[in-house]
Design a protein. Structure first.
Length: 196
């Protein structure tokens, strides 16, 4: 099985997340993709972070229309910081025969060499970096060994400029988020009074 892993804060999940992971799943012919909301992301300081359960539910609502995707609470159940390496170890135990593909935005690749046990991560999976610019490849030599560079794929995807920060700002200022988040997520946010 070709298994994708797409983690993030998802505060809230938006159409950029959906389009990115769907495009990569299609291009790499992934059998299944685990969407994994992070509990306490070690590389980010997030203001106005919605509760874990709310972010999990918003992810579920965002991806429920495609059977290839499921949302995992693996990191939400973990106490303390949430490291990708630990998550991959858990997934490897659960799916020992799966070929793993870790999906990240190309912006994350710039600091990937600072991630906890990043060498081990690259030995456990193929790192799939979404590239918004045709032919864009950040400088990898010097950061990674030739063997590690072989484990990094750049996948061109259509550009969709949106961020969770922008959506939270729009929600707090009561501006439209039409087309930026799914209708189900917008309804959930309104029902729960999130980001106001």
């Amino acid at each position: 099985m070709r298994l994708g892993i797409f983690g993030g804060t998802f505060n809230p999940p938006h159409m950029g997340h959906i389009r990115l992971v769907t495009a990569i799943a299609d291009k790499l012919q992934l059998d299944h993709v685990l969407i994994i909301p992070a509990s306490v992301p070690p590389h980010k300081h997030v203001l106005n972070l919605a509760r874990s359960r709310d972010r999990f539910e918003m992810c579920r609502l965002s991806f429920e229309g495609d059977r290839r995707f499921s949302v995992s609470d693996t990191e939400l159940l973990r106490v303390g910081k949430s490291y990708t390496y630990d998550t991959l170890c858990e997934i490897k135990k659960k799916y020992p025969d799966a070929e793993l593909f870790l999906i990240v935005g190309s912006d994350m690749l710039a600091t990937f060499d600072e991630w906890y046990r990043y060498h081990d991560i690259l030995m456990m999976c193929t790192l799939c970096a979404a590239s918004r610019k045709p032919g864009f490849v950040p400088e990898l030599e010097g950061k990674f060994t030739p063997e590690e560079i072989e484990k990094i794929k750049f996948i061109e995807i259509p550009v969709f400029e949106v961020s969770s920060t922008l959506i939270r700002r729009r929600l707090s200022e009561r501006e439209s988020t039409q087309g930026l988040i799914s209708d189900k997520v917008r309804d959930y946010i309104e029902q729960k009074g999130l980001y106001t």
